[in-house]
Design a protein around this ligand. Structure first.
Ligand SMILES: *[C@@H]1O[C@H](CO)[C@@H](O)[C@H](O)[C@H]1NC(C)=O
Length: 313
C-alpha cells in the first residue's frame, strides 16, 4: 500500500529519552514543561508586540517576529510529545510520526537558518548602506526574504526526506534520544546508507557550517564598519549585533556538531538536540527583549494597554 510498510517490518521506534530513572524523569517533566510554557509565552509576546505596536513596524522587528514564529513552530514539533513521554515508561513513536518529526524539524530549522541570514543582511544594509536602507529593505524585499526562508526550509528537508522515507527498517528500532533525530534514525536502516549519510552531512552539516561562517564574517565586517565610522562608542548598534551573534552561535553550534561530525553515536548528541529544539527557542526571546530597550518598552505598553482594557467597565 504505502512505501513504508512495504519494506519495513517494524511499525514503531522506541525512544530511550534522557534518563532511565523514574525520579529524574519527573524532574525533567517539570523543567521541560516550564521551559515550554516560557517558550510559548515569550515568543507569542514578541509576535503580538510587533504586530500591534506601530513603533515596531520596521524590517528588523518584522524579521524578529517571524523568527519568533519559527521558534514557536520548531519547539512545538517534538517538545509536547517529549514532555508527555517523561511520564511514560516505554516511549514509542510510530514510523510515520518519526518521519513527520524529522521532516518538520528540518523544515522549520532550515527556515530559521535562512531567516537568520535575512536578519544579518538587514543589519548589514542598515549599518553599511544607511542612506539606502529604506529603499533596499522595502516591503517587497521583506516578503521576498520570508518566501525564500519558507522555500529553503522546504527544499532542505524534502531533499533529505525523499530518500529517508523509502528506507527499509527491520530492527533494531531503538533511538537513543528524546525524539526522532535524523542522524540516529538513518543508522537503524537495514541497508547500506553510506551515500545517504554523505548527503545528510552535505545537506545539514556543511550547509549550517557554511552559513555560520558567512554569518560570522558578515557580523565582523559590520562591527569593523561601526568602529571605523564613529569616534564615540555606538553602543546601540554594537549591542544589537552582539545579540544577533549570540543567537546565531546558539542555533548553529549544536546543529553543526551533530550534522557535520555525525554518525559516531556520541551520547552528547541527545543533549545537543535538546539544545536546538528547546533551549534556543527559549533563549531567543529572553536575549532579544532583555537587551533591547524598544522591545522592552513595547511589551510594557502592551501590558499596560491590556490592563487598561481589563479595568475598563
Ligand atoms: C512577518 O513579517 C511580515 C512583514 O513582512 C509581517 O507582516 C508579519 O506580521 C510577520 N509575521 C509574524 C508572525 O510576525
Amino acid at each position: 500500500m504505502d512505501m513504508l510498510n512495504e519494506n519495513s517490518n517494524i511499525s514503531e521506534f522506541i525512544l530511550l529519552g534522557l534518563s532511565s530513572s523514574q525520579e529524574t524523569q519527573i524532574y525533567f517533566f517539570v523543567i521541560f514543561f516550564l521551559v515550554y510554557v516560557a517558550i510559548i509565552v515569550g515568543n507569542l509576546l514578541i509576535v503580538i508586540s510587533v504586530i500591534f505596536d506601530h513603533r515596531l513596524h520596521s524590517p528588523m522587528y518584522f524579521l524578529l517576529a517571524n523568527l519568533s514564529f519559527f521558534d514557536l513552530c520548531l519547539s512545538s514539533v517534538a517538545t509536547p510529545k517529549v514532555i508527555a513521554d517523561f511520564l511514560i515508561k516505554c516511549k514509542s513513536i510510530s514510523l510515520w510520526g518519526c518521519m513527520a518529526q524529522m521532516f518538520l524539524m528540518h523544515f522549520f530549522g532550515g527556515g530559521e537558518m535562512s531567516l537568520l541570514i535575512a536578519m544579518a543582511i538587514d543589519r548589514y544594509v542598515a549599518i553599511c548602506k544607511p542612506l539606502h536602507y529604506k529603499t533596499i529593505m522595502n516591503h517587497r524585499m521583506l516578503i521576498l526574504f520570508l518566501l525564500l526562508s519558507w522555500t529553503i526550509g522546504f527544499i532542505h528537508t524534502t531533499s533529505q526526506m525523499v530518500f529517508i522515507v523509502g528506507l527499509p527498517f527491520c530492527g533494531p528500532n531503538v533511538v537513543d534520544s528524546i525524539f526522532c533525530d535524523l542522524s540516529l534514525v538513518i543508522k537503524l536502516a537495514c541497508t547500506e546508507t553510506y551515500i545517504l549519510e554523505l548527503l545528510v552531512i552535505a545537506d545539514s552539516g556543511l550547509l549550517s557550517l557554511v552559513c555560520f561562517i558567512l554569518l560570522l564574517i558578515s557580523y565582523i565586517i559590520m562591527l569593523v564598519t561601526i568602529c571605523q565610522h564613529s569616534s564615540s562608542v555606538p553602543s546601540k548598534a554594537v549591542s544589537t549585533l552582539s545579540t544577533h551573534i549570540t543567537v546565531v552561535t546558539l542555533f548553529f553550534g549544536p546543529a553543526i556538531f551533530i550534522y557535520a561530525f555525525p554518525f559516531k553515536s556520541y551520547s552528547v548528541d541527545k543533549f545537543l538536540s535538546v539544545f536546538y529544539s528547546v533551549i534556543t527557542p527559549f533563549l531567543n526571546p529572553i536575549i532579544y527583549t532583555l537587551r533591547n530597550q524598544e522591545m522592552k518598552a513595547a511589551i510594557k505598553r502592551l501590558s499596560s494597554q491590556h490592563i487598561g482594557y481589563c479595568l475598563a467597565p
